[in-house]
Design a binder for this molecule. Structure first.
Ligand code: FAD
Length: 374
């Protein structure tokens, strides 16, 4: 069970109200775009996109550990609905790290204080785990840049009001060429592709975005020229334990469903829980869940105390996402035919678990990071 005592005072009540609002949006049968926008808006009203952004930039100024507790509790209450919120929060983290001018501050304040979804535009057909292969190019022109390239998949692509776009900027080469740009999606030359129909993303929308000589002013460049790679790594390092917290929230939900079912369901004259094959698996998965939670708490505490956290962040994400996958799969198996069908909660958590494995880097990427730090 989620540690509700650990959440700041009054927050569980706020999360309860939010959960009701989000469920109303989910039940309204809206088209994907309106549904994603409605859910984003419910989170935005409460400042959940800028939990760790300093108060002077309009954020809630919370420490990272508290943000993790909040994301975990939200994921428990609202599994599969946080993708859009996490993406906007990643954009806020990134802009906050690279902030160098008024335009960046304006965008950050909008994300923090208004209903202003962000999209993180990195992945391309040939650049997934290998971000050094980004082919989107920026060219310097008088007053700014043009951006040209195709981003394969971005959460919030169709509802975003700010894009964080990664592109190379000559004459630099290699990692030094990678830059991040804070871009208004209404700029000429930017086109959002059709949304993907993605099981496991109850509240989100995602799809491709293309840039055809899109003109952006020079203040769009985030951070120093050539800092895109470092900004990206810093954002992901800080974001991974928060994604891990979402994983344990969803895993906890699935495990609670499994335990409840194992206690109520009788076969061969006994509740399923009375069979050690079932209760031992529950015991093992509960232990892994607790370990997963301790890992992300450790990583977030390290961030808050100014200690190194890169390796711990990847360990937390690696362990939490595989724990979620295994718990979701077990819960689905244990509940039998009751979880068959796209719209059951456990089916959604299971499909969501598969997506969580890739978000913020696949298992192989987390292992590369961990190995590089040992
Ligand atoms: C639901 C969802 C939402 C996403 N949202 C966004 C978004 O908002 N913005 C964005 O920019 N991107 C987004 N992505 C993309 C995501 O970041 C990529 O899927 C991820 O970086 C992996 O890239 P890829 O899918 O091209 O897989 P690849 O990099 O092609 O990897 C395929 C497989 O090969 C393995 N692999 C790769 N390299 C190695 C290696 N060196 N050693 C061993 N194994 C390796 C990987 O672990 C993986 O299992 C999203 C993805 C998903 C699933």
């Amino acid at each position: 069970m989620i540690d509700t005592e650990a959440c700041p005072h009054g927050l569980m009540e706020e999360i309860g109200t939010l959960a009701r609002e989000v469920r109303d949006v989910l039940d309204a049968g809206l088209p994907a775009r309106q549904r994603a926008a409605g859910i984003h808006s419910a989170f935005a009203k409460r400042g959940y996109h800028a939990l760790v952004v300093p108060r002077e930039s309009g954020g809630r100024g919370l420490d990272h550990l508290t943000a993790g507790l909040i994301y975990e509790a939200l994921s428990y209450e609202l599994p599969g609905t946080l993708h859009g919120t996490m993406t906007t929060a990643h954009c806020a983290l990134m802009i906050s790290s690279g902030l160098t001018n008024e335009f960046h501050l304006e965008r950050l304040e909008a994300i923090a204080g208004e209903d202003h979804p962000g999209a993180f535009c990195l992945t391309e057909r040939d650049a997934g785990s290998d971000i050094g292969a980004v082919g989107t190019r920026a060219e310097t022109i008088p007053g700014g840049f043009t951006i040209t390239g195709e981003k394969a998949i971005a959460i919030n692509h169709a509802i975003a009001k700010t894009l964080v776009v990664f592109a190379t900027l000559p004459p630099a080469s290699g990692r030094a060429a990678l830059n991040a740009f804070v871009v208004d999606p209404s700029a000429e030359g930017i086109r959002q592709g059709p949304a993907l129909d993605t099981p496991g993303m109850a509240g989100g929308i995602l799809g491709p975005i293309s840039f055809d000589r899109a003109r952006v002013p020079h203040e769009c460049l985030l951070g120093e020229r050539g800092s895109g790679y470092l900004l990206f790594m810093e954002t992901l390092d800080k974001g991974r334990p928060l994604v891990a917290a979402c994983c344990t929230g969803e895993a906890d939900r699935a495990l609670d469903c499994a335990i409840d079912h194992a206690r109520k369901r009788y076969q061969f004259g006994k509740p399923l829980y009375a069979f050690q094959d079932v209760s031992f698996r529950i015991a093992e998965l509960s232990t892994r869940l607790k370990a997963a939670r301790l890992l992300w708490k450790d990583a977030l505490e390290r961030i808050d105390r100014g200690r190194p956290f890169t390796m711990e962040a990847s360990m937390a994400k690696l362990f939490a996402s595989s724990t979620l996958m295994d718990i979701a799969s077990f819960a689905l198996e244990l509940t039998g035919y009751r979880s068959v069908g796209r719209n059951t909660e456990l089916e959604r958590i299971y499909h969501g678990a598969r997506l969580m494995k890739s978000i913020d880097g696949t298992e192989a990427v987390q292992k590369m990071v961990i190995a590089s730090q040992l």
